[in-house]
Design a protein around this ligand. Structure first.
Ligand code: PEP
Ligand code: MN
Length: 344
């Protein structure tokens, strides 16, 4: 339930409501709104009786929250969350372009690709230092050396970096180097990792599990928020279906559904959804048309030599083409965001 305060409510009245909630053995979370504050009631096991709260001074109304997720839901927070990564705003009216290789392979590889994508307007660089591979014999990533290369990329190019933490033990180290910590599809319900991510000081990019419903995905985000980290970016990356013409099936309808259900930013990763580079540009256009807050795309300057996911990586010239093709689908404000750093 949400207790909505009147716009004239004083801090003392808000504190009284919090105390009343806590006296009932429940957890209160104050949500500062632009015009008025609201107080969310958490950890209730059944419906909460609104009557005692409605009688308190400064209370305007109570709203039952019908969803199992709370902190992530639109009912709890009406305004879009904007996750700030340095000077890059992810969510709301902004548009973010994240690009880079599947895996960091060497300093030269990472810097070459980073320069290429930056010149086309990318604001964040992606690249795994720890890779969740299907086979234990495939390239597993450079580990800490890869994180150091990412730090170098940031230093040399000014791009912020996003990279995956494979488990809660690695989170600490990844947090030291990354600007955004990625939780991969295979780990969407790794609850110890989600809890650790909730204590991280960096934003979390949470990918949708390959067989997860939207409710399960939002509940995973709820774990992170419930532990105190409000900076969660959701990333749709395709789900498993019977189709075999693409690696996964990009669930584009997830975009409007998530935007309705949640205030969190949502981006699309067409690379892992498609699994083949010839599908990536059309699905990027479609994602932007569907209203995403950004895209995360795999790019490699020598995809035929890539140590992972080469078949889905765009060549840098294709990435430039992709940017040109999404521009007509952006809002005016998003266009300004995206094109200010592009070298034409
Ligand atoms: C990735 O982005 O590098 C990755 C492994 O993606 P996913 O978790 O979506 O498979
Ligand atoms: Mn990949």
């Amino acid at each position: 339930m949400l207790v909505v305060m009147s716009s004239y409510a004083t801090d003392e009245e808000i504190a009284q409501v919090v105390a009343a909630i806590e006296r009932s053995g429940l957890v209160a979370r104050v949500i500062e709104g632009g015009e008025r504050a609201a107080i969310g009631i958490l950890e209730n096991r059944g419906p909460v009786d609104p009557a005692p709260f409605l009688l308190l001074p400064g209370v305007k109304d109570t709203i039952p929250v019908s969803k199992p997720y709370k902190l992530v839901s639109r009912e709890f927070e009406l305004a879009d969350t904007v996750v700030q990564v340095g000077d890059v705003a992810i969510g709301g009216e902004g548009f973010v372009l994240i690009a880079g290789p599947c895996a960091v392979e060497s300093e030269t590889q990472a810097l070459t690709i980073a320069e290429g994508v930056r010149s086309q307007g990318a604001q964040l660089f992606r690249g795994g230092a720890y890779k969740p591979r299907t086979s234990p014999y495939s390239f597993q990533g450079l580990g800490e050396e890869g994180l150091k290369i990412l730090a170098k990329v940031r230093e040399e190019t000014g791009l912020y970096v996003v990279t995956e933490a494979l488990d809660h033990e690695l989170c600490e180290l990844v947090e030291e180097y990354a600007d955004v910590i990625q939780i991969g599809a295979r780990n969407m319900q790794n609850f110890s990792l989600l809890n650790r991510a909730g204590q991280a000081r960096k934003p979390i990019l949470l990918k949708r599990g390959m067989a997860a419903t939207i409710q399960e995905w939002l509940m995973a985000a709820e774990y992170i928020m419930a532990k105190g980290n409000p900076n969660v970016i959701l990333c749709e990356r395709g789900v498993r279906t019977f189709a075999d013409h693409s690696r996964n099936t990009l669930d584009l309808s997830a975009v409007p559904v998530v935007k309705k259900e949640s205030h969190l930013p949502i981006i699309v990763d067409p690379s892992h959804a498609c699994g083949r580079r010839d599908q990536v540009i059309p699905m990027s256009r479609a994602s932007v048309a569907a209203g995403v807050h950004g895209l995360m795309v795999e790019v490699h300057h020598e995809p035929e030599k890539a140590l992972s996911d080469g078949q889905q990586a765009l060549f840098p010239w294709q990435f430039a083409e992709m940017v040109s093709q999404i521009v007509p689908f952006l809002t005016e404000e998003q266009r300004v965001h995206l094109l200010k750093d592009r070298v034409s």
